[in-house]
Ligand binder design. Structure first.
Ligand code: AMP
Ligand code: MG
Length: 334
């Protein structure tokens, strides 16, 4: 299949919307990462998403809307007070909410769950596309399963060339990490995935919010060294990432780097001095993470030693992604 990469002008968006209506896939920019979209209400259109990504079919998709009324067609009950408050505060924006699923939503979208994930993105191209298609668009991130999420059309092309008919190029994504997924179906709101809207921002609006155990998983159990297994690896470059925490982290990172076999690199969030060693430094702890993970592959890096970041604000989302990219390989250097 030929994959067309088009600047996201009105004509291209109209053609993309037509493809969506016909049941085809289109990759499009959002404020978080690029999405791989299909008509969320067309059961026949959904399996192609899982195929193109190589995504396990038990991992549900997020349905994207571009006006408030579209929510009604996707969910089965009127949103509760918690949901209404966060929607008022953060929609359109990088917040996905979990609701009880309406009967129009195909099982393939929700992986058979009785809940549905819904987001109202703020990116103008995403909004125009959804409105022009006239239907909610189900979309996971537009990467091959297991790879870092794409934050540019070029990243999408790396993963999806030949697999989908069209990529809308809207430039680099602003947030650079996926949306926060917040479950509002239970008694207490719960973050299932940290992202563009932080825990602190949510708590200002709805009070205390739980963070699901899976968010940092093994970090909290104080994982000493090794990973529990490759099945948790995600967002990962080809090279092996090791996160080093604790007071002597930077000294230990330098030592590991010097002992490494093969090309090594350091992923730094602090301004620690690593001399002439090869350092990839992230000042803004979020937006560039995925493109740096992809750059490790381009640069042929085999071993990556990463600092950790404090868990406040976007730090929780950054560590959630980094832990998975490292397959939970964490060393404490006290
Ligand atoms: P991605 O599409 O790659 O951004 O991933 C979507 C995320 O939303 C995944 O982590 C899914 O597991 C999660 N998700 C989607 N639908 C649901 C749902 N009904 N309940 C819980 N999590 C969901
Ligand atoms: Mg994804």
């Amino acid at each position: 299949m030929f994959t067309e990469v088009c600047r996201a002008d009105d004509a291209a968006i109209a053609r993309a919307a037509q493809l969506i209506r016909e049941g085809a896939l289109v990759a499009f920019p959002t404020e978080t990462v690029y999405g791989l979209g299909a008509d969320a209400l067309n059961a026949a259109a959904i399996p192609a998403i899982f195929e193109a990504k190589g995504r396990p079919s038990d991992n549900p998709l997020i349905s994207h809307i571009a006006d408030w009324d579209a929510l009604e067609g996707l969910i089965s009950e009127t949103p509760n007070e918690t949901a209404c408050r966060v929607m008022q505060a953060f929609w359109p924006g990088p917040l996905t909410l979990i609701f009880l699923k309406g009967k129009n939503v195909p099982d393939a979208v929700t992986a058979g769950l009785d809940t549905v994930a819904v987001r109202f993105p703020s990116h103008p191209v995403a909004q125009k596309l959804i409105r022009a298609a006239g239907t909610p668009i189900a979309a996971p991130s537009a990467n091959r399963s297991g790879r870092p999420s794409p934050t540019t059309a070029q990243h999408v092309a790396e993963d999806m060339d030949g697999r989908i008919p069209m990529i809308l190029d809207g430039g680099a994504c602003g947030v650079g990490l996926e949306s926060t997924v917040l479950d509002v179906t239970g008694e207490r709101p719960r973050i299932l995935r940290p992202g563009g809207i932080t825990k602190e921002m949510l708590e200002e609006v709805i009070g205390e919010v739980d963070v699901d155990e899976g968010v940092l998983g093994m970090l909290r159990e104080g994982a000493q060294v090794r990973s529990p297994g490759m099945k948790y690896r995600h967002y990962a470059p080809m090279g092996e990432i090791t996160i080093v925490t604790g007071e002597n982290a930077s000294r230990h990172i330098a030592q590991l780097y010097d002992e490494a076999k093969g090309t090594a690199a350091i992923l730094a969030f602090s301004d620690a001095d690593y001399g002439t060693r090869r350092v990839y430094r992230l000042t803004d702890a979020s937006g560039e993470l995925f493109s740096v993970l992809r750059r490790f592959d381009e640069d042929g890096i085999a071993q990556i030693y990463a600092e950790d970041v404090p868990l406040g604000g976007m730090g929780l989302a950054v560590m959630n992604r980094l832990m998975r990219a490292a397959a939970f390989r964490v060393i404490r250097a006290e």
